[in-house]
Design a protein around this ligand. Structure first.
Ligand code: GAL
Ligand code: CA
Length: 351
């Protein structure tokens, strides 16, 4: 009898020690966010190349909405957005701060797509996966670590589509060749120098027009860094220098196409003396301009698709899921297709 009573006491004592231990363990797991506890917190740091880029802001908003939808009783998602202020060493520092503050996944739109080394090293040391987006890094850099990914569009496809849209519009508007010399006098408004979308869109849209038989004569090109005000400024200068000579404007994005339209508006040049104007992105303002006819077409840059690729990849990486559910190219790239937007199909793109 005595023996069994003592045993009971010992059992009771070890049970409470066990309970305290289990409690501590669950508290600890809760703090790390990645433990076995059923409640998890996913912390995502999104580092833009700059703040105030309309397309990047729209893409970031899509991510925020999608992460909100992914939240559940068991999963809390904190998405923090910071800017690299258009300076690579500033962006490197911001990434370092985000890692120090604690984050599980980094999403980075590089300022300089040829200089990801510091970010790759910092993330690797901290064991944090990086999803690069929008500014495509060189393949060798992306292949430097297993936890590096890229999400974006196919730059060549957007250029080809812009060229196709312009070709179709030119074919149905013979008066677009206003001086009737059989050539198309054109201007390209370029985004930031060195950006894959600047180089490839410019090249592919003009090449596509040539391949379709148009004789293309470059009046000038201007760099307007994706920016509406800069484009307006540059196009105002073009108007004062060349008058109404320009027959076609190919802008690397809608913001710059809209800036060109602003310049023609301010110069009081009527529609019949304006060039045909094409953009890329298909944000609300761009779609509206195609709808009201001030812009002849744009190419939809699938921000919802790109955001969804990033948010679901971030989730899968955090949960340690099998990545075979993703349609990777080269094991690391998730590339979303572009779509052509004309006056006929703007309704498909309105929210
Ligand atoms: C492009 C987009 C531009 C600009 C740029 C920033 O894909 O078309 O509008 O946002 O990315 O890197
Ligand atoms: Ca002409």
């Amino acid at each position: 009898m005595e023996m069994s009573n003592r045993n009971k006491k010992v059992n009771k004592k070890s049970f409470s020690v066990f309970m305290i231990f289990a409690l501590l363990l669950s508290l600890f797991a809760g703090c790390t966010g990645r433990g076995n506890s059923s409640h998890k917190t996913l912390r995502v740091a999104v580092v833009q190349y700059t703040s105030g880029d309309n397309f990047i802001d729209a893409l970031t908003n899509c991510m925020k909405e999608q992460f909100q939808e992914m939240e559940s009783e068991d999963l809390n998602i904190i998405m923090t957005v910071r800017s690299g202020d258009n300076n690579q060493s500033t962006q490197d520092k911001v990434v370092e701060e985000m890692i120090d503050a604690g984050c599980d996944i980094l999403c980075v739109d590089l300022v300089d797509r040829t200089s990801p080394s510091k970010i790759i090293r910092l993330a690797e040391d901290a064991g944090i996966p990086v999803i690069f987006f929008n500014r495509e890094l060189v393949r060798e850099d992306l292949m430097r670590g297993e936890n590096l990914f890229y999400v974006g569009g196919d730059a060549a496809q957007s250029g080809v589509m812009q060229g196709e849209l312009a070709a179709v519009t030119l074919a149905s508007n013979p008066h677009a060749d206003r001086n009737r010399d059989g050539k198309i006098q054109y201007v390209v408004l370029e985004g930031q120098t060195g950006h894959q979308d600047t180089i490839i869109r410019t090249d592919q849209s003009v090449e596509t027009l040539r391949a379709k038989g148009y004789e293309m004569e470059k009046v000038t090109y201007q760099i307007a860094n994706w920016n509406r005000a800069q484009a307006e400024n540059k196009v105002s200068q073009i108007i004062s220098e060349y008058g109404t000579k320009v027959e076609l404007i190919l802008a690397n994005n809608d913001e710059m196409a809209l800036g060109a339209i602003d310049a023609y508006e301010k110069a009081n040049i009527t529609a019949s003396s304006r060039p045909l104007i094409f953009g890329i992105d298909g944000l609300d303002d761009g779609i509206e301009a195609v709808k009201n006819g001030s812009m002849q077409g744009t190419v939809y840059n699938d921000k919802e698709g790109q955001a969804s690729a990033m948010t679901s990849l971030a989730y899968a990486l955090f949960m340690g899921q099998d990545l075979s559910q993703f349609d990777f190219q080269d094991g690391r790239y998730l590339i979303l297709p572009y779509r052509e937007v004309t006056t006929e199909n703007t309704d498909d793109f309105e929210e």
